[in-house]
Design a protein around this ligand. Structure first.
Ligand code: PFF
Ligand code: NA
Length: 465
């Protein structure tokens, strides 16, 4: 009934548009800000190894499942899940998986834009040269001055929220697709240049050893939990963002000149996006850690890592100011395309309720802005308020990323593997190789859910031991 009122299905203009938008979603603050500081705080190689294992065993199969469910459903995650549950003859309560996802996404959005706001300030700081010649202590001071000022943090949060919802409000083609086409190429060019620059740093070898030498004894319960959650966060899975983008993915593309039809394969597309995301995280680590070691800084610095080490590293080199500006512009491109995708599922859902896209964007943005005040203040006025030893930001980050996303991913795997009719899954994935299809199916039915359960049990055991 709702279906008959649904507007004609919108779709990405090309396969490459989906790849750019999905990569834009995946590559974000998670790769450039969070991954390095988490690896630094969780023993380097030990964390990286578990993280890579999670990407392969859990991340890629679930990402494939999400895009498949999205394309099959063709609507916002909530409505797609309801429709697919109905088609499969099970309770429409499965729509709650979409609802849980929209809620996790909403919570992520409220703090993602706060950190995005710091990035805006750092572009200005680098470009103005105010950090040229700064020592480590001075750079740390500059960061605490920024975070200690609630008005500044609030201004950044507000601006970033407006930038995000402005793009979402303009729609799939003029907003999301166009922004990805402009921002993603800039990101990749800047990253390659910075990587070349980092390879010449004296700390490069130590950074490689730090990130890739594996020491089992260094694995702790909390580092496993962190790695599981981060593998979901970094691939944008477990909350329906990639499902929402999958809904706009065409089944085939038609060449306008020859009229030739080419099927769009979900499997190979997802693999490409997953590999790009992983490569960007590792390269970002290889850009940041040489600097950390060459300047004798501590890798376990926490969320401030990116904002302190880079300015320090670049403070005494010729043209460092420009390299630094370029770097934070890169982080901005990454963060912006990601926050756009976090906001898409709730906005898409509201548009199905008959609300216009600009208005829906305004509603989501305003609500997320208000909840985001909690994060804004947890770096200054409210830093003394803690629960389980975590301030508001840390608690929100922990609950959404480490609990809600893995739970959402678990349910998505179960639905794709056990509930959805096998003929439907097979037809939608349309994989060339039956062998690969069977591997995927075994992964979502058994290995990924089991791996998630085992990882959680293992980390609890490690934590209690
Ligand atoms: N994948 C993004 C990152 O690594 O920064 C964060 C993210 C985007 C998470 C979109 C979830 C999401 F739906
Ligand atoms: Na990512």
């Amino acid at each position: 009934m709702a279906d008959s009122k649904a507007p004609a299905r919108v779709a990405w203009t090309t396969r490459s548009a989906f790849i750019l938008a999905a990569t834009g979603s995946a590559v974000g603050l998670g790769n450039i800000w969070k991954f390095p500081y988490m690896a630094g705080a969780n023993g380097g190689g030990a964390f990286v190894a578990v993280y890579l294992l999670c990407i392969i065993m859990v991340g890629l199969p679930i990402m494939t499942a999400e895009v498949m469910l999205g394309r099959r459903g063709g609507m916002s995650p909530i409505s797609s899940m309801r429709k697919l549950a109905r088609d499969s003859g099970v309770s429409s309560r499965w729509a709650w998986v979409g609802g849980l996802g929209a809620l996790s996404g909403f919570l992520l959005l409220t703090f993602y834009t706060v950190i995005g706001g710091w990035v805006l300030f750092y572009i200005a700081k680098m470009a103005s040269g105010s950090l040229q010649g700064a020592t480590t202590v001075e750079a740390q001071q500059a960061l605490s001055d920024l975070l200690g000022n609630p008005w500044m943090v609030l201004a950044g949060h507000t601006l970033f929220m407006v930038m995000t919802l402005w793009v979402v409000g303009r729609g799939i083609h003029k907003g999301i697709e166009r922004s990805a086409r402009v921002l993603m190429p800039i990101l990749f060019v800047l990253l390659i240049v910075l990587f070349g620059y980092a390879m010449t740093s004296p700390g490069f070898g130590e950074a490689v050893r730090f990130l890739f030498s594996f020491d089992f004894s260094k694995i702790s319960g909390s580092s496993v939990i962190a790695a599981v959650g981060h593998s979901f966060f970094t691939l944008s899975i477990g909350l329906g963002a990639i499902m929402a983008y999958g809904a706009y993915m065409p089944r085939e593309t038609i060449n306008p000149r020859t009229g030739k039809r080419t099927p769009v394969s979900i499997g190979s597309t997802v693999l490409l996006v997953g590999v790009l995301d992983t490569v960007v995280a590792l390269v970002a680590g290889l850009v940041i850690f040489p600097v950390v070691f060459a300047h004798g800084l501590a890798p376990g610095e926490g969320p401030g890592l990116l904002f302190v080490t880079l300015p320090v590293a670049l403070s005494d080199v010729l043209g460092g100011m420009w390299v630094g500006t370029a770097f934070f512009v890169l982080v901005l491109c990454a963060a912006w395309t990601s926050s756009i995708s976090i906001a898409e599922p709730p906005v898409a859902w509201l548009t199905e309720k008959g609300i216009s896209r600009p208005k829906a964007s305004l509603m989501v943005g305003a609500a997320a802005w208000v909840v985001g005040l909690g994060t804004v203040f947890s770096f200054n006025l409210g830093s003394g308020y803690t629960l389980f030893g975590m301030n508001f930001f840390e608690l929100l980050d922990f609950v959404s990323v480490n609990i809600m996303l893995p739970l959402g991913g678990f349910l998505i795997a179960i639905f794709a593997g056990w509930v959805l009719k096998e003929t439907h899954a097979r037809k939608e994935l349309n994989m060339k190789s039956f062998g690969i299809y069977m591997v995927w199916r075994a992964m979502v039915r058994i290995f990924s859910p089991l791996a998630l359960v085992l990882l959680v049990v293992f980390s609890l055991w490690k934590a209690l031991a």
